[in-house]
Design a protein around this ligand. Structure first.
Ligand SMILES: O=P(O)(O)OC[C@H]1O[C@H](OP(=O)(O)OP(=O)(O)O)[C@H](O)[C@@H]1O
Ligand code: HPA
Ligand SMILES: [Mg+2]
Length: 191
């Protein structure tokens, strides 16, 4: 970090660097493409907005370099709002645009924290009769998980502190950071 961007001053410490993220995404893409080498219709990526926006963009391009082919769908769901803990209520802000019947779906999630969002989403997607539903999550907080959800591909297990960056927000800010870090306590005090 510390290239003088506005957000650097608000960060207490870095959890995962930009370079670590880049390397991990390439690793995940290689793993997913090896596991789906025979996928005839390719993979239908379902990005969980807004948090997974950065991950989806980088992961889809990495997967493109290794194959198989992909198609992209976007859902927007929210349960955190302006705070740092889950409200427990998952709201759909944008639904799928198409039928996923008989498709191999890969949910692209930025983070599994309590697991409530993913557990809800898995039930929702499975009720739409896909051929399969798997999950790739860039970050997971193993000590915070309240609902166990099978996540086939995990980038990083991280401590159960509230983090921002690389798509992850606090009150809609910090998503554009290229790395992931923990905010200074005074940032919460002034909001
Ligand atoms: O495992 P959980 O405790 O459910 O937390 C994970 C979810 O929370 C965040 O979304 P948020 O509700 O903040 O919406 P956003 O992606 O628009 O920021 C994050 O992007 C995940 O989707
Ligand atoms: O640590 C987090 N940061 C930002 N958004 C989140 N949503 C779940 N956990 C987090
Ligand atoms: Mg959020």
């Amino acid at each position: 970090m510390a290239d003088g961007s506005w957000y650097d001053a608000d960060i207490d410490h870095v959890i995962i660097s930009e370079e670590q993220i880049r390397e991990k995404i390439d690793e995940l893409a290689k793993q997913v493409s090896a596991d789906h080498a025979d996928a005839k219709d390719g993979i239908l990526l379902v990005c969980v907005l807004k948090g997974a926006v950065m991950f989806m963009a980088d992961f889809a391009r990495a997967l493109g370099r290794h194959g198989p082919s992909t198609e992209m769908e976007f859902m927007a769901v929210s349960s955190y709002g302006q705070g740092t803990t889950s409200s427990g209520v998952v709201r759909i802000l944008k639904d799928l645009d198409r039928d996923i019947t008989d498709r191999h779906v890969l949910v692209v999630e930025d983070i599994v924290d309590s697991g409530l969002t993913l557990s809800w989403l898995m039930k929702y997607l499975e009720s739409r009769s896909p051929a399969s539903v798997e999950v790739v999550a860039l970050f997971r907080k193993p000590d915070a998980v309240k609902v166990q959800v099978p996540v086939k591909y995990v980038g990083f297990d991280i401590p159960s502190e509230f983090v921002v960056g690389y798509g992850l927000d606090f009150a809609e800010r910090y998503r554009e950071m290229p790395y992931v870090g923990v905010l200074k306590p005074e940032v919460y005090a002034r909001s």
